[in-house]
Design a protein around this ligand. Structure first.
Ligand code: 2AM
Length: 491
């Protein structure tokens, strides 16, 4: 039998799979493809893959037999049971050191489980985030591989060549252990929710606050796209705003204001709650979509709940628009600060060594949140790999200080207008809380101890005979009831 020619195998010939195969083929790799509905293999070979080096297989056995060792097989199938089904079909045909890669939208706990299961059988597993949609898959996605570290040297060349390139650097690097690749993809999607919500709030302020037309707003976004906000989502928004329906009206004004969601933002918010990390902006972005979905109820409420009297804007419009740019920028800095805080905490909880500079670099191109801004985050984490918070980095610290006055003015004005800015506002609330040496949690602790004998600790410097440092103290606040609380020092 002839020696195998395939550099990599790919199972799943839906659009993402087909495009990724064509992309890898363009980069000079020989890809062998397979699909559950086998007719799709022949169809693909006779059409999109015609005239390429792409090979087909009509069974799992044939697929495996056509691959060079260690064998590398990417699954691009529906997340869930289909992935497990293909893994168990592949296993009997694979040998020690072979690599199964899941490039689908799997939830990271599944990837943690699959890494452990396959490693226990001598095989290697990679769960890779793939971002950038069909276009990205075809011409260069952001690839976020994590899983068995031993797999990385074997797949590095193919992955980095296939990924988007920014300034000659691939938007793909090793993310970390077990489920880290799919985890980071999930956080990417959460951050995407936040970025989109911030842009939507800026649009609302410009439209309902300043009373601007979509064409004028598009021009503002185009200008912003040349500055600190330079990003795919800002560019896309300008294009959306300019797009006209057949009657000349901006099409966006005819779209029902009820946002859908597929769940990755929600997963990120749930993870933030589980990790105990204040990732408030993504949370608000998810809730804003939930509120939007209550269309019928909002219509009823709009008839019976009045807001403030609408007043025309009498200030300096140019200054206001510049303030808004700064408000968006500062809020975005907060959102990414929170996202990286979450990744750090999860890495700690799960024992992952995450490559933060690498993560920012992977997101710089190929994906929905790609931006110039991510280059600055890459620089911050390259300079200080163990950076505790983006706000401690000089560049971002200066940026947020510069943005602060305008950011506050925008939120104040929006509040007076009655225009909701959940993402802008929560970013500022986080900022003010984060920079506060003392927050009113002293009172929360007193309340908890008052009603539930939950105890508290003494503030350093305020110790005395009954308020002893390092002890869980309970006070009998009312002079009634018991002094008892579980494992407590009773003062
Ligand atoms: P199909 O073409 O045979 O439907 C996206 O739906 C991809 O996932 C397709 O390649 C599809 O294969 C595959 N897929 C979806 N559910 C599957 C399952 N339960 N088992 C195997 N493949 C599945």
């Amino acid at each position: 039998m002839a020696s195998p020619v395939g550099d990599i195998g790919l199972i799943g010939l839906a659009v993402m799979g087909q495009n990724l195969i064509l992309n890898m083929n363009d980069k000079g790799f020989t890809v062998v493809c397979y699909n559950r509905t086998v007719a799709k293999v022949d169809n693909f070979l006779a059409n999109e893959a015609k005239g390429t080096k792409i090979q087909g297989a009509h069974s799992i056995e044939e697929l495996v037999s056509k691959l060079k060792r260690p064998r590398k097989i990417i699954l691009l199938v529906q997340a869930g049971p289909a992935v497990d089904s293909f893994i168990s079909q592949l296993e009997p045909h694979l040998e020690k050191g072979d690599i199964i890669i899941d490039g689908g939208n799997s939830h990271y706990p599944d990837s943690i489980r699959r890494t452990k299961e396959l490693e226990s059988k001598g095989l290697l597993f990679v769960g890779s985030g793939v971002s950038g949609g069909e276009e990205g898959a075809r011409h260069g996605p952001s690839l976020m591989p994590g899983g068995s570290p031993a797999a990385w040297p074997a797949i590095k060349e193919i992955f980095q060549a296939t990924a988007a390139q920014v300034n000659g650097e691939p938007c793909c690097d090793w993310v970390g252990e077990t489920g880290a690749g799919h985890y980071v993809k999930m956080v990417h999607n959460g951050i995407e929710y936040g970025d989109m919500q911030l842009i939507a709030e800026a649009y609302d302020i410009l439209k309902r606050g300043l009373g601007l037309h979509e064409d004028e707003i598009a021009t503002i976004f185009e200008r912003w796209n040349k500055g600190v906000l330079d990003s795919f989502l800002i560019e896309l928004t300008a294009n959306v705003l300019k797009f006209k329906d057949d009657d000349g009206e901006p099409l966006v004004t005819k779209i029902l204001d009820q946002a859908g969601q597929k769940g990755t933002g929600k997963w990120t918010a749930i993870n933030a709650l589980d990790a105990g990390m204040p990732v408030t902006l993504i949370g608000e972005a998810v809730f804003a979509r939930c509120l939007s979905a209550l269309k019928e109820e909002r219509i009823r409420a709009s008839k019976v709940i009045a807001g403030p009297q609408k007043e025309a804007f009498r200030g300096d419009k140019k200054q206001f628009i510049d303030d808004l740019e700064q408000a968006l920028y500062a809020s975005k800095i907060i959102s990414y600060t929170q996202g990286f805080m979450l990744m750090r905490q999860t890495a700690k909880d799960l024992g992952w060594n995450l490559n933060y500079a690498g993560i920012a670099r992977m997101w710089r191109g190929g994906c929905i949140i790609k931006s110039v801004f991510l280059g600055d985050i890459t620089a911050a984490y390259t300079k200080t790999p163990a950076l505790e918070s983006l706000l401690f980095d000089d560049f971002f610290n200066k940026a947020v200080h510069k943005a602060q006055p305008g950011w506050r003015r925008i939120i104040a004005q929006a509040v007076l207008w009655g225009i909701p800015t959940p993402a802008f506002s929560t970013a500022l609330a986080f900022f003010d809380g984060y920079r506060a040496e003392v927050v009113p949690a002293n009172l929360l602790q007193a309340q908890r101890d008052y009603f539930g004998a939950h105890t508290f600790r003494v503030m350093p410097g305020k110790e005395n005979e009954r308020l002893v440092a390092g002890k869980d103290i309970h006070i009998n606040w009312t002079g009634r009831g018991g002094n008892v609380s579980a494992s407590t020092y009773v003062a």
